[in-house]
Structures are given as structure tokens and as C-alpha cells.
Design a protein around this ligand. Structure first.
Ligand code: SAH
Length: 246
């Protein structure tokens, strides 16, 4: 692809190393009957490896030049979709769905929550910046524990599986990446908007106690033992308990 200029705004860092490509694909535990949605297929590094192992790959890509590139080379079981992943209508997919993506770093969160809010998949494997992956998987009491950790862990079982060095990409990104693996859970969050609001308020001023940050939402009585604590001291389960108080 000599003529393709890499678009920084679309987070284009393409995987080059066959070993790491195989390792990432294996992390999705691909099965012959699987339907895989791939976010940002680029030059098909993950796409073509996946296509050898699963029934169908829906390869979603925003860059028209890369869409042409993929269409010219894709085997029959790859369905190239020229669309912004954030606009993609998920209702069209059913069956044994799994999701994979070396995510464009500037829209990692909206992409992640789009799929966390659509619990049809049986596994997701996302590559993000290592620092973001650490925040997502952080637990309470930790400096990096925050809104992102609580929201993600309330909706899924997520682990940081392994890190990926810059050197396996072209062009090389500025920072180390990491692979996150998501498994579905049956969440006890009943009202996601309310839950999200409580978590946002609580972490809005990290150093203040919940008595202060959640003043408008809960009375001191309702807060009980949580009242004198700071957001970072509450586990994900604590937040779920808190949000179901009312
Ligand atoms: N999967 C490939 C490419 C990863 S780079 C590999 O690992 O080598 C991220 C890819 O996401 C790029 O191809 C970029 O064009 C694409 N992309 C960026 N924003 C997107 C969006 N909103 N919707 C779909 N694809 C997007």
C-alpha cells in the first residue's frame, strides 16, 4: 500500500507482526460457527487471519481507501462495511457474535460502551493504549480507579490479557498498547443512566466525601456508611448497591 497516507485522526497504526496477530486472534477463541464484527479493519491484519478460522467476519472501516483495499483482497466470508463504527446499526447482527478491534484511540470509550450496552456478544477483544487498559481494569483503592473502571466492570468481566509493544506496528504509535478481554455478565445495574450519573457525580471531585459529592442525589441517611467515604474507596458492587437505593 505505497500510496496510502496514514491518517492520524483515524488512529491508523497497522499491525505488522504475524506472531502478535495470531496471538490477538487466538485471544478471541475463534470457533468455526462464530460471526465476528471487527472494528477498524485497516489493511486486514486481523481480518484475514480471522477469516481462516470463523464463519463470517464483518469488517467495519471508515476510510474509503482502506475499504477499497479490503474489498480487492478479502475472501468470500469477509463482509466489508464502509461505515463509522459509532453509526453502525447492531440490530442486523445475530448468532454467535464476537467483537474484535485494534481501536482508534481517540474514540475508545464511546466504542466500548456502544458494545457494553448491547450484550449479545459472547466475547470481545480490544486493543487500547496500555494506560487506558490499566484504568479500565483497576480496582478500588487504586490511584487509577475511576469512572471508566466502575462503568466497564459493572457491565462486563474484563481483564488486561497482555501488553503489545510499539515495535509491532507501522507507523509506530507513541505509547505501549494492551489487549483487553471482555466476557459478558448478568449485570445487576437496573437503570444505566442513573448508575452512570451517580458514578460521574461521585468521581467529579475525587477528594471529597460522598456526603458532599452526592448531596443532591441521596440524603445522609440513605448514604449510611458510604457517607464519609470517597468514591475511590467504593467497590464496583458498592456503587451498584448505592445506585439501587433509589
Ligand atoms: N485492525 C487494523 C487497523 C487498526 S488501526 C490493524 O490492527 O492493523 C485503526 C483502524 O480503525 C484504522 O484502519 C482506521 O481507519 C479505522 N477507524 C478509525 N475510526 C473509525 C471509525 N469511527 N469507524 C470505523 N473504523 C474506524
Amino acid at each position: 500500500m505505497t500510496k496510502h497516507t496514514f491518517r492520524k485522526k483515524w488512529g491508523q497504526n497497522f499491525l505488522q507482526d504475524p506472531n502478535i496477530i495470531r496471538k490477538i486472534v487466538a485471544q478471541l477463541d475463534p470457533q468455526p460457527h462464530d460471526i465476528v464484527i471487527e472494528i477498524g479493519s485497516g489493511q486486514g491484519a486481523l481480518t484475514f487471519e480471522l477469516a481462516k478460522q470463523v464463519n463470517t467476519v464483518h469488517a467495519v472501516e471508515i476510510d474509503p481507501i482502506l475499504v477499497d483495499y479490503l474489498n480487492e483482497r478479502a475472501p468470500e466470508n469477509v463482509n466489508v462495511i464502509h461505515q463509522d463504527i459509532l453509526e453502525l446499526d447492531l440490530h442486523q447482527f445475530s448468532g454467535d457474535v464476537k467483537i474484535i478491534g485494534n481501536l482508534p484511540y481517540n474514540i475508545t470509550s464511546p466504542i466500548m460502551f456502544k458494545f457494553l450496552d448491547w450484550p449479545v456478544w459472547s466475547k470481545m477483544v480490544f486493543m487500547t493504549q496500555r494506560e487506558v487498559a490499566q484504568r479500565i481494569t483497576s480496582i478500588h483503592g487504586n490511584k487509577t480507579y475511576g469512572r471508566l473502571s466502575v462503568m466497564t466492570q459493572a457491565l462486563s468481566d474484563v481483564e488486561l490479557s497482555f501488553t503489545v509493544p510499539k515495535t509491532v506496528f507501522f507507523p509506530q504509535p507513541d505509547v505501549t498498547s494492551a489487549i483487553l478481554t471482555f466476557e459478558p455478565i448478568s449485570t445487576s445495574v437496573t437503570d444505566l443512566d442513573h448508575f452512570s450519573h451517580v458514578v460521574k457525580q461521585a468521581f467529579g471531585q475525587r477528594r471529597k466525601t460522598l456526603r458532599n459529592t452526592l448531596k443532591g442525589l441521596f440524603s445522609a441517611d440513605e448514604l449510611g456508611d458510604f457517607s464519609g467515604k470517597r468514591a475511590e474507596e467504593l467497590s464496583v458492587q458498592d456503587f451498584i448497591t448505592l445506585s439501587t437505593l433509589k
